[in-house]
Unconditional design. Sequence first.
Length: 69
Amino acid sequence: MFETICAYGALRMGLIKDVDEAAKRQHTPRVAFVAKPVDYTVSSDKKVAAADVDLLARALSMGKLHHAP
């Protein structure tokens, strides 16, 4: 599903001329999820307060959510 979103996104942005070209351009555009700030803990166990960030975003990279918040 996300590959299809990326393919049509690339087409609409003018990055490719045909959706079949998306196979050669697998890494752009990226799909990201954006949410309101909440408290969270990073992989190094550092605590981050919701008040310290404006929003949360997670991007897909190589078909998986990127590990960095």
